[in-house]
Design a protein around this ligand. Structure first.
Ligand SMILES: Cc1cc2nc3c(=O)[nH]c(=O)nc-3n(C[C@H](O)[C@H](O)[C@H](O)COP(=O)(O)OP(=O)(O)OC[C@H]3O[C@@H](n4cnc5c(N)ncnc54)[C@H](O)[C@@H]3O)c2cc1C
Length: 359
């Protein structure tokens, strides 16, 4: 059977993969994106899009995002062990989307730019020496460059480094979608509870049709995360057993220092590019995906120049600087003693007023 060959093959059609494929296609390169799922597909996620996601989306795709995919909120309330602490009216809205529609939209932009999509086809084997991948169907595809944008359980990262992530540093999260009529007074209020999990937090994120309730924290410190989720639901007057609860790992500060090797680059969750405090990963997926695509496009156009990995590392260092800051600052957010101080400060009316916190 003849083997198809592409300048670059991207494994994974999340935000990182779509940003990479879009960037390569716009640069006129022959790029193929492969995902094991048919799209639209679900991806466990709070769907929170901060100013950073908006900025990266606009920078990468050079347009404003489709407004009908987005729900926005300005009200954020903080809790500790279910006890109300304070509310903020944030100046720049926080946005929410469903990954079902958002990722499908991004993938469409990559395809419209010229990327070939192979969906519903899982990559089952990667041969780094022969520079080819094999799909579960048996189809073989050869690549000049390979981008691992295949998420937290990355097969590409495993092929390069022996494991997808460091189990000591990974976080885990549980989430369920709650129909809006089960929380009729929630409106579009965002809630964060820093005591809902150890070295993590609980969240209530309002989407268009549903409200996402979730909880996540460092995996090794939360062996009883399901119990913590049940307690969090009870605080909202809900029984978690009434909803479909799903769980997934998410990188919690264990990012790759060198995101790749030779002609294979990792981006997004596959590189561990997730904020160690908030768990926010979409902007870093967009940023690293586009940077990996641009670095490969440059290397293909200037074969005698710097390697794609070297060029990618220059951009990736900016992401690492943000993630490293997050790793430092989480020591001022997550230890129990700090949370008690926070709870006391927020709970103390005069201090709260002095800090201009509260509505
Ligand atoms: C519970 C939870 C809540 C979160 N909430 C937020 C939030 O509110 N805001 C935020 O910014 N971030 C959030 N994140 C993080 C965010 O979801 C990720 O950082 C982001 O999805 C990373 O994008 P990605 O493109 O790297 O990977 P993914 O979005 O995971 O995409 C990887 C793709 O690779 C495909 N794939 C995997 N293996 C193979 C294979 N062998 N062959 C072919 N295809 C394959 C998958 O099907 C998938 O489509 C959350 C994460 C979790 C777990």
């Amino acid at each position: 059977m003849a083997v198809d060959r592409y300048d670059a093959v991207v494994v994974g059609g999340g935000p990182a993969g779509s940003a990479a494929a879009y960037t390569l296609a716009v640069a006129g390169k022959k790029v193929c994106l492969i995902d094991k799922s048919e799209f639209p597909r679900d991806k466990l996620c709070g769907g929170g899009l901060t100013f950073r996601s908006k900025r990266e989306f606009e920078r990468v795709f050079k347009r404003r995002w489709k407004a009908d995919l987005i729900n926005s909120s300005q009200d954020v309330s903080f809790f500790s062990r279910g006890r109300f602490l304070a509310s903020y009216k944030v100046r720049a809205s926080i946005h929410f989307t469903t990954r079902f529609s958002f990722d499908h939209y991004l993938l469409g932009l990559a395809e419209a730019a010229g990327a070939t999509l192979k969906l519903g086809r899982a990559v089952s084997d990667i041969d780094l020496q022969r520079q080819s991948i094999t799909l579960r169907s048996g189809e073989e595809i050869a690549f000049g460059f390979l981008i691992g944008a295949d998420g937290v359980n990355s097969l590409v990262a495993k092929a390069l480094f022996g494991q997808s992530f460091d189990p000591a540093r990974i976080a885990f999260a549980l989430e369920a979608e709650v129909p809006r009529d089960r929380l009729p007074h929630q409106g579009d209020r965002v809630e964060i509870d820093f005591s809902a999990a150890r070295w993590g937090y609980g969240w209530v994120f309002p989407k268009q049709e549903t409200i996402t309730i979730g909880i996540g924290g460092l995996h090794r410190l939360n062996p009883d995360l399901r119990d913590s989720l049940d307690a969090y639901f009870r605080q909202k007057g809900l029984d978690s057993r009434d909803f479909k609860v799903k769980g997934q790992y998410l990188p919690g500060g264990g990012y790759r220092v060198i995101p790749g090797r030779a002609n294979v680059l990792l981006c997004g969750d596959a590189a561990g590019a997730v904020d160690p405090i908030s768990g926010e990963g979409i902007p870093f997926a967009l940023q690293t995906g586009a940077a990996a695509g641009a670095a490969i496009a440059t290397a293909l156009s200037q074969p005698a120049g710097r390697s794609a990995l070297e060029t990618y590392c220059d951009d990736y260092r900016n992401v690492v600087a943000v993630l490293r800051r997050g790793k430092f600052w989480r020591w001022f957010v997550y230890p129990r003693v700090v949370q008690r101080i926070f709870a006391w400060i927020f709970g103390c009316e005069p201090i709260r007023k002095w800090m201009l916190v509260g509505t």
